[in-house]
Structure formats: C-alpha cells, structure tokens
Design a binder for this molecule. Structure first.
Ligand code: NI
Length: 172
C-alpha cells in the first residue's frame, strides 16, 4: 500500500480513454485499489480514478464522511466501482462547485445530472446497482469522466466559472 503521485492537468494520460478491467479478484486489482485509497486519504479527496495515478483502467473510488475540502456536503458511501455504466434519469441538471486532485487549488462550477443510476462491480466482481441524486450523483459523474479522459474544466460553460479556492471561497 502506497501513496502514489497524482498526475496533474496537462499530463496526456489524463486525456486517454481507460481500458475495461478484464479480471476481478486479482492481487493486481486489490493492490491498485489499496493504493488509490491511500492516495485519496493522504490528499483528503472525495474520489479518485485510476488514470489519475497513471493506471489506464476503468476503476474509480469515492466516499465522503466529513471532508474538510467539502464541508457542506452530504455523506457518500465508500465505494469501489469497476467498469461503471451511468444512466441519467430525467433531464434535471444541477450546478455545483467541483475540485479535482489533478487540478489542485482550483474549483469550477459544473453542471451535472441531478438523478442517475449507476451500475458496475466492486473489485471482487460483485455487482453494484444504485440510483442516486445530488452530490453522490455529482461525485460519480466526475470520477467516471476521468475514465473517458475528461477533466471537469472541459465541462465549464464559461472559463470565468473557474477560479482559485482562496479567491472563490475566502471564508473557508
Ligand atoms: Ni477529479
């Protein structure tokens, strides 16, 4: 178990489409997931995608108990999600401020589906099928975007909706 270096925006690997995981319940997948949790915890993240530590596979983790980076948000269960599939429900979109460990120090206002279903597997291959809303839905969309080479700044409607944390939220 190791805290890995997180790639930063500009690294070409972050813009690549990641490969599906072919085999579950392997020592390689277990150690990837363990490294991802160590890395996310060390940096106080709400989620992390495997490409962010240089592994181009369709694996994301996320989870929020109480997080100093996101003081006002509802908890999200700690989840390992492999080969995810997202299906938006309805057309309702919601704006929210996002940050990313690959874009340190910045936040951007991004529009996401409010309501969605996601399916996939945990690292043992056990199916996951959840229908979620709000911040939970936002975190899943942000992390799964990484698997398709999309960083949140690519989804900004207006570049002025991107800024430094201390300028946007001086009281935090
Ligand atoms: Ni991110």
């Amino acid at each position: 178990m190791t805290v890995r270096r997180v790639l930063k925006m500009g690294d070409p690997l972050l813009y690549k489409k990641a490969e599906s995981v072919a085999q579950f319940n392997t020592p390689e997948l277990d150690s990837l997931v363990a490294d991802m949790f160590d890395t996310m915890a060390a940096l106080n993240g709400a989620g992390l995608a495997a490409p962010q530590i240089g592994v181009s596979q369709r694996v994301v983790i996320f989870g929020v108990e109480s997080n100093p980076r996101y003081p006002q948000v509802e908890p999200v269960p700690t989840t390992v999600l492999v080969n995810p599939l997202l299906t938006p429900i309805g057309n309702e979109m919601e704006d929210g401020w996002e940050g990313c460990l690959s874009v340190p120090g910045l936040r951007g206002l991004v529009s996401r589906h409010h309501h969605l279903r996601y399916t996939g597997f945990d690292q043992q291959g056990k199916p996951i099928d959840r229908t979620v809303t709000g911040f939970h839905a936002r975190v899943v969309q942000h992390e799964c975007d990484h698997l398709d080479g999309i960083l949140y700044p690519l989804r900004l409607r207006d570049i002025r909706l991107l800024g430094y944390e201390e300028a946007l939220f001086p009281d935090l």
